[in-house]
Design a protein around this ligand. Structure first.
Ligand code: 5CA
Ligand code: ZN
Length: 409
């Protein structure tokens, strides 16, 4: 499917930095050293209740990854999916008595608009689960031929026991895995499975539900984890730099995906860094579709909030921390945007070359956006207190916050 238009990324003087980023699998920082092409796969939305501030925060984190790499003059191959067929989407369509295809299309369109407004750079490949089915079927067949998948009443399951590295993304104990599996789309209590954790690769057609030709698998639809693996391997291959998503995807989604890919290819690991963004909450609880405690980007835009202020509200929190969306967070972002805008509209200011380096250093150090904002705040305060004679500085600041932070001032 098509993605959304890219905003221009201004080139900056000087040199970009190599990104160090926290990897859930090793539990520490890894410094990534991609070649001329850096590769990243970010899990996309399941298209209903889009785009809430939790989604926006997660995509903001990975947009920064892309911007840091672009600043090093690398090309970025960024792939994102849309889970445009899955149980929760079908359940929502049924609840609201709407056609599931229409629901997915409308919500994906809204997501594109929100991403464009927030100046999130688009993926190079934006791929729906449905369009990926012809690539998914042979992978499931291959897992079966390798002895890593088995059939249960027509459904096909992956055997987690087939991957010697299973568990190495999230490092959870058996009980925690079982609980999370039940919470996040798995079926640990279904009788007949080899391991309660085994996830579904292919679900045989159910009455009243959409299904596709699955070759030797029979009619059905794909499981969730194999969807992302098929898309990632098709467009990026093994050993790409970053697999990204919110921290709620570490288990089971990214753990299972890593296992599928590792068994399929015999290579390890699928991604050099498993990167997870913290959860945004509202009223003390994780913002989630199931709870319904959502603040939507599109609603704020309709209320007249400048998307650049929404972006600054996201950037004010470190991507790995869990944080709470409040009116105060938005108010502070609106005020900051006002200060920055009036600063860059002045004819001159203090030199800003050091500021560009500070922003680069902050982002290269595990995407420390709050530190980058603080550095810009200091330049703005200095200009206000002492002025400055550098006529190129306001323009440079404006280009730097655009290129590195995605904020149009
Ligand atoms: N389609 C799958 C991924 S393949 C999915 O998880 N879709 S989603 O719509 O539920 O979420 C899209 C992205 O937003 C995921 O990376 C998820 O981790 C992230 N996300 C969801 N809720 C929050 C939240 N409250 N805070 C931060 N990120 C969130
Ligand atoms: Zn995914």
């Amino acid at each position: 499917m098509h993605a959304w238009p890219a905003s221009e990324v201004p080139a900056l003087p000087g040199e970009g930095r190599d990104l160090s980023i926290h990897d859930t699998a090793t539990g520490g920082l890894v410094t990534l050293d991609p070649g001329p092409v850096a590769r990243i796969y970010v899990c996309g939305i399941t298209p209903y209740d889009a785009t809430h501030m939790g989604h926006a925060a997660t995509y903001n984190a990975f947009d920064l990854v892309q911007r840091v790499w672009l600043d090093t003059k690398r090309q970025v191959h960024y792939v994102q999916n849309v889970t445009d067929v899955d149980d929760p989407l079908l359940e929502r369509a049924q609840r609201d008595d709407v056609d599931w295809v229409e629901l997915a299309e409308q919500e994906t369109a809204l997501f594109r608009e929100d991403m464009t407004a927030l100046r999130m750079l688009p993926p190079r490949h934006y791929i729906g689960a449905v369009e990926a089915i012809p690539g998914i079927v042979p992978l499931v067949e291959r897992l079966r031929d390798l002895g890593a998948a088995y059939e249960l009443e027509g459904d096909v399951y992956f055997s987690v026991g087939s991957d010697p590295h299973f568990g190495e993304v999230s490092h959870l104990d058996a009980e925690a895995m079982r609980l999370l599996s039940a919470e996040r789309g798995g079926d640990p209590d279904r009788p007949g499975k080899k391991s309660p954790l085994d996830p579904m690769l292919w679900m045989a057609a159910r009455d009243g539900e959409p299904s596709w030709d699955g070759g030797s698998l029979g009619r059905g639809r794909p499981g969730w984890h194999i969807e992302c693996v098929a898309i990632a391997l098709d467009h990026l291959g093994m050993g790409f730099e970053v697999q990204g998503g919110g921290s709620d995807l570490a288990f089971p989604h990214h753990e299972m995906g890593a296992s599928h890919a590792q068994v399929l290819t015999g290579e390890f690991p699928m991604a050099k860094a498993y990167v997870h963004a913290g959860m945004v909450a509202l009223d003390g609880e994780k913002m989630s579709k199931s709870r319904g405690n959502l603040v939507f980007v599109s609603q704020l835009r309709r209320d007249g909030v400048d998307p650049a202020a929404i972006r600054l509200a996201l950037l004010a929190h470190h991507y790995r921390s869990d944080w709470e969306w409040t009116d105060q967070v938005l108010r502070e972002a609106v005020e900051r945007l006002g200060r920055w805008r009036s600063a860059v509209s002045r004819p001159d200011g203090p030199p800003a070359d050091a500021l560009v380096e500070e922003i680069r250093d902050a982002l290269a150090d595990d995407l420390n956006a709050p530190a980058a904002l603080a550095a810009v705040d200091r330049w703005v305060a200095l200009q206000q207190e002492h002025g400055g004679e550098d006529t190129g500085a306001p323009g440079l600041v404006s280009r730097a916050v655009d290129a590195l932070l995605g904020v149009a001032v």
